[in-house]
Design a binder for this molecule. Structure first.
Ligand code: AMP
Ligand code: MG
Length: 414
C-alpha cells in the first residue's frame, strides 16, 4: 500500500465522518455547540427608531446653519427615557431631551450628543450640526420580526447565545457530540494509578487524547491499557466499538508485537488506509465498522499521536459535531532557524510564536523527535513543511498552524 498525502488522508477521513443526531439543550449549555435549526426573530429590535446617544432629538433643518459663533437655540419640550414613550410631537425650533435606547419622538430626524450642546434654562444651544439622521438606530436594526436571524450550522459563540436569549430560546437544537473511547496499547505501559516501575513507560497517550477531546468539548471515556496480545486487544477494542469513535494508540506499525491492525481486521472493520506521508505521525490506521464507528489506530509515540489527533481526529470530531470550519487556523510567520528536511513527507515542526516590528516569527520548541513530548507540550503551533520542500532558511516565510487555546497574546494590538 502506498503512502497517502496528508490532504488525501484528511479527505478520506472526512468522507467517513458523519454529523450526529440533533438534541435539545438548555440555552446556556448551547455555548460552543452548533445550531441544528434556523432561528427566526419573534419581535422587532429595536421595536421603533431609538436614540443611540444621550442627547437631544431635533429637526436637522432647524440647526443646519449652527456655528460656534452663531449657535441655534431650541426649546426643550420633552424628556424621554429608555422604556418610556414620547409625550408630544417635536415641532419647529423645538427639541426633546432623550436617553440612549429611548424612542425618538415624531417630527425629528436627527439626534445630537449631549456633549456637543449646552443647556440654557429651558433651552438648549447647538453649535455644530451633526449629519442629518445621526445617532438614530432604526427599528429592526438588530432583529426583524419573523426573519431568520441565525441559520443551521452557526457556531454558538457568546454573541450568538445572546441573540438566542433575545428571541427567547430557552431550549436550543444543536448537533449531538460523538461518544469517544480511548485505548492505549503496549506491554511496557504503566497506568496513572500504578506505582512507578523503572522498567515501564508511563501512559501519556490516554491522557493527551483525553485532553485533546476535552478541548473540543467532548468528554471521552478512558478504556485503560490493552497488553500486546491479540486476545486482550480484541476484547478491549470490541468494547471501544460501542462508541462513535475509538482512538487506540500504539501497536499499529509493522513490529512483531503490533497486533492492532490484524485485530481490527478480525473484528470486521474496513480499513481505509494506514500510511500517511507525514512526520511525525506515520503510521496512522483509519477504519470504519458497518455501524459507522470510526476507528483511529494512532501511532504510539506521544507526539505522533497528538499530531495525528490534530490533523485528522479533530477535524472528524468537529464535522460530527456539525462544524463547517474543521481545520486549525493558520497564519504567516518568519522562520528564525534553517530547516533541513527530507522531502517526501509533510513535516509538522513544533514552534512558539513571537512578534517583532516586521510581524510574527516562529522558533523551534526544542528537539523534534517524535518521543520528545516536552517540545509538543510547550508548542503554540506547527509549521507545516510541505511534502515537496526539503529545506527552508531563517527569514523564510512559513505557514503556521495554531494550536487550540493559543489565540491569545500578551498585549492588545490597536
Ligand atoms: P508502538 O507504536 O506501539 O511501537 O509505540 C511506539 C513508541 O511509543 C514506543 O516507544 C512506546 O513505548 C511508546 N508508546 C506507545 N504507547 C504509549 C503511550 N500510551 N504513552 C506513552 N508512550 C507510548
Ligand atoms: Mg507498542
Amino acid at each position: 500500500m502506498n503512502y497517502l498525502s496528508v490532504a488525501d488522508a484528511l479527505e478520506e477521513v472526512l468522507k467517513h465522518a458523519k454529523s450526529k443526531a440533533v438534541e435539545q439543550v438548555a440555552l446556556h449549555d448551547s455555548l460552543n455547540r452548533v445550531l441544528a435549526e434556523d432561528v427566526k426573530a419573534n419581535r422587532n429590535h429595536p421595536p421603533y427608531d431609538v436614540s443611540a446617544m444621550d442627547g437631544y432629538a431635533l429637526r436637522f433643518d432647524d440647526i443646519k446653519d449652527a456655528t460656534p459663533e452663531n449657535p441655534v437655540r431650541l426649546k426643550v419640550v420633552d424628556d424621554i427615557r429608555a422604556g418610556q414613550m414620547p409625550n408630544i410631537k417635536v415641532l419647529q425650533d423645538r427639541a426633546a431631551r432623550i436617553m440612549t435606547g429611548a424612542p425618538t419622538p415624531q417630527g425629528v430626524d436627527t439626534v445630537i450628543r449631549v456633549e456637543d450642546t449646552q443647556d440654557d434654562g429651558d433651552d438648549v444651544l447647538i453649535f455644530t450640526p451633526p449629519k442629518q439622521g445621526a445617532n438614530i438606530r432604526p427599528m429592526g436594526e438588530n432583529l426583524m420580526d419573523s426573519k431568520v436571524v441565525l441559520t443551521q450550522g452557526t457556531s454558538i459563540t457568546p454573541g450568538v447565545l445572546a441573540i438566542l436569549a433575545m428571541v427567547k430560546k430557552k431550549q436550543v437544537s444543536v448537533f449531538a457530540k460523538p461518544s469517544v473511547a480511548i485505548l492505549s496499547t503496549g506491554d511496557e505501559l504503566e497506568a496513572l494509578d500504578e506505582p512507578v516501575d523503572d522498567n515501564k513507560i508511563p501512559d501519556a497517550n490516554s491522557h493527551a487524547l483525553y485532553a485533546q477531546c476535552k478541548a473540543l468539548g467532548i468528554e471521552a471515556r478512558l478504556l485503560g491499557i490493552a497488553r500486546d496480545n491479540p486476545i486482550e486487544l480484541k476484547t478491549k477494542l470490541s468494547e471501544g466499538l460501542k462508541y462513535d469513535v475509538l482512538l487506540a494508540s500504539g501497536g499499529v506499525s509493522v513490529g512483531h508485537h503490533d497486533f492492532v491492525r490484524p485485530t481490527l481486521d478480525s473484528l470486521g472493520i474496513t480499513m481505509h488506509f494506514w500510511r500517511v506521508a507525514m512526520r511525525p505521525g506515520h503510521p496512522l490506521a483509519v477504519g470504519t465498522t458497518v455501524d459507522g464507528t470510526m476507528v483511529f489506530g494512532l501511532p504510539g509515540n506521544p507526539v505522533s499521536s497528538m499530531v495525528c489527533f490534530e490533523q485528522f481526529v479533530s477535524p472528524a470530531l468537529r464535522k460530527m459535531m456539525g462544524f463547517t470550519k474543521l481545520c486549525r487556523r493558520t497564519m504567516k510567520a518568519r522562520l528564525t532557524h534553517d530547516i533541513k528536511d527530507r522531502a517526501g513527507r509533510a513535516h509538522f515542526v513544533r514552534v512558539t510564536l513571537s512578534k517583532d516590528e516586521q510581524g510574527y516569527t516562529v522558533t523551534f520548541t526544542g528537539t523534534q523527535g517524535s518521543g520528545v513530548l516536552m517540545s509538543m507540550a510547550v508548542a503554540e503551533g506547527f509549521i507545516v513543511v510541505p511534502e515537496d520542500v526539503d529545506s527552508l532558511k531563517a527569514g523564510d516565510e512559513v505557514q503556521v498552524q495554531l494550536l487550540q487555546g493559543m489565540d491569545f497574546q500578551e498585549e492588545q494590538d490597536t
